[in-house]
Design a protein around this ligand. Structure first.
Ligand SMILES: Cc1ncc(COP(=O)(O)O)c(C=O)c1O
Length: 458
């Protein structure tokens, strides 16, 4: 049995031409050619591009309709074309964007074609040889798989609305309340997807994490408990007692480290070597990203008319999953990240076009202090329309509003989406005037009561 890394590497590698019927190969070849044209910038405005576009849509239409007439059920795509079908709207958006670029982002960076969204990850060298192009870590198919895998273990969280808050915001807001999720945050989605995707042999050795986030630690401990396997949670010596209690409550085995990243990582590695446990990364992992993406699948099932989603950003696992799912379902949907001023590495990364890591961070939003990883950065770079940076006062005001008006206790990292929606930058920017129905991911509710109390009476 290949290990998880080998399995992932294999999953990332898809040949350009699959074993299909001639017609299907033809449509795939057209699509690949279209995308290659775009990547190479050869035919932006060419009549050839138009012709290929219309050929592709005709071909795609005929696949759907012939499948529909063959059965009374709704049109089904052959399995190997599922990704292509789900990605068809996105492909249309890529083509439209190529012609009518609309960058709401002040920091718009290079526009990369998300080949993996199409389930097609091949390109050609000048000499015509096939080479590999690495796509995104997850896609709509892996997110749908995650949804099915984790359904027994997570809550379908409610969406709340408030006319009073809408009046202040000048928009209709839909609060996706992951603060009511198991273990108090969306994190259980990614953790349970990662842990339940392990085969029995891997799982029997247990899992390990060194995340400093309360949520990741509690989520991994809980998901491991649900799977009935050991969870080794590396926790820095200065961690708050309530966090340690949470981990223990879910049966996690606490292993102490010094209060720095080197110590945490090296101890986690030692645990891996000694026990064979699998590392569950809090954000930079295909299964974690896919699990987090189920938030937006659910949200768009609950409120399909949403045109914009605001998502807190830290390591980028949540926003990557949300963006990959949402844009595959509705390519015109816009994704806005919300980030604290004292840890605005993602906004700086977007502006610089590369991952920026900060020497220090300083924010009340304790869940938002990590930096992007190599799997989350490409999604943030390409699919996140903009990042709004808000200060801690705005976060506290949003927490108050959640408590006083929505009647929900939200942690600072979970309130930041509302803070962004209420910010002058968002309200006054013409780029966001068209956004009228906005999903706000209220990502967690694990608020330290003292923080909530202090913020209410500040
Ligand atoms: C409550 C909460 N919201 C948002 C995030 C950010 O998630 P990500 O690191 O996937 O960007 C975290 C991360 O720990 C979190 O705990």
């Amino acid at each position: 049995m290949p290990d998880r890394n080998t399995r992932e590497a294999q999953e990332h590698r898809l040949p350009v031409a699959c074993q299909t019927t001639a017609g299907q190969q033809h449509s795939e070849a057209l699509l690949v050619q279209l995308l290659l044209d775009f990547v190479l910038g050869l035919s932006r405005f060419s009549p050839l591009l138009k012709k290929r576009e219309s050929l592709f849509s005709e071909r795609f239409h005929s696949i759907s309709t012939s499948a529909a007439s063959a059965s009374k059920s709704p049109p089904q795509c052959p399995t190997h074309l599922q990704g292509l079908r789900d990605s068809a709207p996105l492909i249309a958006q890529i083509l439209l964007r190529a012609r009518f670029p609309h960058p709401p982002s002040k920091s718009s960076s290079s526009f990369a074609v998300p080949l993996s969204l199409c389930g097609l990850m091949g390109s050609r060298d000048d000499d015509g040889q096939s080479t590999e192009v690495q796509g995104y870590a997850a896609d709509i198919n892996s997110i749908r798989e995650a949804q099915a895998r984790i359904a027994p273990y997570v809550h379908k969280t409610p969406v709340l609305t408030s006319t009073s808050i809408d009046t202040v915001a000048g928009k209709q807001l839909f609060f996706k309340c992951e603060c009511f999720q198991k273990a108090g945050a969306f994190k259980i989605r990614g953790a349970s997807n990662s842990i339940f995707a392990l085969d029995d042999d891997q799982a029997s050795k247990g899992v390990v994490t060194h995340s400093s986030g309360n949520h990741a630690a509690a989520a991994v401990a809980l998901a491991a408990k649900l799977r009935g396997i050991p969870a080794y949670i590396v926790i820095p010596k200065n961690a708050p007692a309530c966090k340690v209690e949470n981990v223990k409550r879910y049966g996690g085995r606490v292993i102490w480290s010094e209060a720095n990243m080197e110590s945490r990582e090296s101890i986690a590695r030692r645990v891996q070597e000694e026990t064979g446990a699998v590392l569950i990364h809090p954000f930079n992992d295909k299964y974690t990203i896919s699990g987090q993406g189920t938030v937006s699948l659910e949200l768009l099932e609950q409120v399909p008319e949403i045109d914009t989603i605001i998502v807190p950003i830290s390591g980028g696992g949540l926003i990557s999953g949300v963006a990959l799912a949402a844009k595959a379902i509705n390519p015109s949907i816009r994704i806005l990240a919300a980030e604290p001023k004292g840890a605005d590495d993602s906004a700086q990364s977007k502006a610089a076009g590369r991952i920026i890591k900060l020497a220090t961070t300083d924010t009340i939003a304790d869940g938002l202090r990590a930096f992007l990883g190599d799997l989350t950065w490409p999604v943030v770079r390409d699919l996140v329309d903009d990042i709004i940076v808000v200060d801690d006062n705005a976060i506290v005001e949003a927490m108050k509003m959640c408590y006083e008006t929505l009647k929900v206790a939200v942690e600072p990292s979970g309130a930041i989406g509302l803070a962004a929606a209420l910010s002058d930058e968002f309200k006054q920017s013409s780029a966001w005037h068209e956004s009228s129905k906005i999903g706000i991911i209220v990502s967690g509710g694990n608020v330290d009561l003292r923080v909530l109390w202090d913020s209410l009476y500040k």
